[in-house]
Design a protein around this ligand. Structure first.
Ligand code: GAR
Length: 211
């Protein structure tokens, strides 16, 4: 798989660690980013994983950037793209070519967008959490694979709550991505199931919805 990040990369690092065990069933073939000089890219380089950066500002519009990103990703021929703290919306070039999952620090469909933890706190919810879902062309709107709840504590600020969510997220991400790789998956409308259907195994077209 190719992992996409924009910043610290703690979720990516958890995947790279897990992938060191052959029984996990995943190879991280590259880590990509839309930003140069991030801690996450530095971590991936230290771990010996190939990296690439496709900065948004180097392209005249979103579609051009999306195509450039898709081309770089396709060069590694991944079975799965994992958006793990990637803070830009991936467009039709990437999502149309590759099966891709995203983690989001809230219980979707509540609080989509770039400030999920801040928005949940501002709304006064007592429980929030994290979601892993397939990417579609909307904002955090694709079919949900798994969710884990995290209680909001009195006195939480954005940073304390986000750190507790990230600790839960890392476990959920490693567990879910491993299962997708080892068991395959089927998407039926908004419903995701682990395991290949008989149809998907025998279907030569092997759509990205059924692997
Ligand atoms: C994670 O909490 C992830 O869910 C969030 O960014 C953080 C990245 O942390 N993603 C989004 O908010 C996407 N909308 P990390 O770089 O330490 O893995």
């Amino acid at each position: 798989m190719v992992v996409l990040i924009s910043g610290t990369g703690s979720n990516m690092a958890a995947l790279v660690d897990a992938a060191e065990d052959p029984a996990y069933g995943v190879d991280v073939v590259a880590v990509g980013s839309d930003r140069r000089g991030t801690r996450g890219i530095e971590l991936a380089e230290k771990a010996g994983v190939p990296t690439f950066v496709v900065p948004f500002r180097d392209y005249s519009d979103r579609a051009e950037w999306d195509t450039a990103m898709a081309d770089r990703i396709s060069g590694y021929a991944p079975d799965l793209v994992v958006s793990a703290g990637f803070m830009r919306l991936l467009g039709p070039a990437v999502v149309g070519r590759h099966a891709a999952v995203n983690i989001h620090p809230a219980l979707l469909p509540s609080f989509p967008g770039a400030h999920a933890v801040r928005d949940a706190l501002a709304h006064g919810v007592r429980v929030t959490g994290t979601t892993i879902h397939f990417l579609d062309e909307g904002v955090d709107s694709g079919p949900i694979i798994d969710q884990v709840a995290v209680p909001v504590e009195d006195g939480d600020d954005e940073s304390s709550l986000h750190e507790r969510i990230k600790a839960v997220e890392r476990r959920m991400l490693v567990d879910t991505v491993g299962r997708l790789a080892r068991e395959g998956w089927t998407v039926d409308g908004r419903h995701v199931r682990f395991g290949r259907t008989e149809h998907s195994v025998t279907d030569a077209t092997d759509t990205k919805e059924q692997r």
